[in-house]
Design a protein around this ligand. Structure first.
Ligand SMILES: NC(=O)c1ccc[n+]([C@@H]2O[C@H](COP(=O)([O-])OP(=O)(O)OC[C@H]3O[C@@H](n4cnc5c(N)ncnc54)[C@H](O)[C@@H]3O)[C@@H](O)[C@H]2O)c1
Length: 320
């Protein structure tokens, strides 16, 4: 088996995808990479790590050839809120990085996984049960790079036969690495604050409904899609996937069932609220279910129980 390369491997998703892939395929088959350096303990394993800037084509080529890479999980990107602060840099990293990864994949016949996002939709997209194939006119730089990325991946498959695959992730909730500056980060922050202080000030309005997913389901989606029978894939790139939908009010009420006295108040950040308002309320992920058997394991109540248990252990607070 050829090796797997992960770009942006130290981020929220990569820091959980890397150990899952290493457990499945073996430590030395999975090469983690990022533009940050961390200690071996923080890396959480013995597998290879490379300093790799995804905007540098020669360096990607060098790593792909040295390790005989057959599959790239391309996770390096700037997330929605950060991309709105630095749109020019976001274009360079999100589009420049993806283009270079796809070119190296074309030359070396690698398969490529690329995560798109609910950010690839915009205010003119049908907001409820958003279909797989629908209007995509996002109003953020993040969204522009995600739609363009979906199209570029389709193009590399159709034109050059590169085995590109991807999903549109919703907000991802996890307890290992902190989120990287997205609009749905509140759904992670709220758990830390609930365990530490029993209260949380939310930067989105209480009734803002968004799709979300627990990290074990996100990792499962990536691996299952890359292992799926190619003959069954009609869409290939950018499958809608979701685990659950909730608002800050609903999430807070669920947390309060396990953290007595937990309270939430609101100090709305207009930038992130505008981004959230331009995204769907709920996705229809039937294409992923039909074409590669997607089915999430966690609903809201199961996720809340598991998050609190893990964070109490991590932060050293006894179970309430
Ligand atoms: N986390 C979510 O809720 C979510 C939702 C939808 C889509 N996604 C997508 O999933 C992917 C990974 O997201 P994440 O949450 O892990 O992001 P993150 O911000 O936590 O991590 C991104 C990583 O990329 C690295 N990076 C930045 N610039 C780089 C460069 N030039 N070269 C190499 N590495 C670079 C960063 O150091 C960081 O470790 C992104 O494409 C993101 O758009 C994430």
């Amino acid at each position: 088996m050829k090796r797997i390369l992960i770009t942006g491997a130290l981020g929220q998703i990569g820091s959980e995808l890397v150990p899952a892939l290493r457990a499945r395929y073996g430590d030395d088959r999975v090469v983690a990479s990022d533009i940050r350096m961390v200690s071996r303990e923080e890396l959480g394993g013995d597998g290879p790590f490379e300093f790799l800037d995804c905007t540098r084509a020669k360096r990607i080529q060098e790593v792909v050839r040295r390790y005989d890479v057959g599959t790239v999980y391309h996770l390096a990107a700037l997330l929605s809120a950060v991309a709105e602060q630095k749109p020019q840099v976001a274009w360079d990293i999100n589009m420049g990085g993806l283009y270079r990864v796809l070119e190296v994949a074309r030359e070396n016949r690698c398969a490529v996984f690329v995560p798109s996002s609910i950010g690839a939709f915009g205010p003119s997209t049908p907001p409820d049960h958003t279909p797989q194939d629908t209007i995509q006119r996002p109003t953020t730089m993040y969204g522009v790079t995600k739609v363009a990325g979906e199209l570029l991946c389709d193009y590399y498959h159709l034109r050059f036969g590169v085995d590109t695959r991807g999903v549109r992730f919703p907000g991802i909730v996890s307890h290992t690495a902190p989120p990287g500056g997205g609009t749905t980060d509140y759904a992670v922050d709220i758990f830390y604050e609930a365990v530490r202080h029993g209260r949380y000030t939310c930067f989105l309005d209480g009734d803002t409904s968004l799709d979300m997913m627990y990290m074990p389901d996100a990792v499962k989606a990536m691996i299952e899609l890359m292992e799926a029978d190619a003959a069954r894939l009609v869409h290939r790139n950018a499958f809608n996937v979701t685990g659950m939908q909730f608002t800050p009010e609903v999430l807070a009420a669920e947390i309060a069932k396990h953290v007595p006295g937990f309270t939430i108040d609101y100090q709305v950040d207009p930038v992130r609220q505008a981004i959230a308002d331009s995204w769907p309320n709920s996705l229809n992920d039937s294409a992923a279910r039909e074409e590669w058997g997607w089915s999430p394991d966690y609903d809201l109540s199961a996720m809340v129980v598991d998050m609190l248990e893990n964070l109490r252990a991590k932060l050293g607070r006894g179970a309430a």
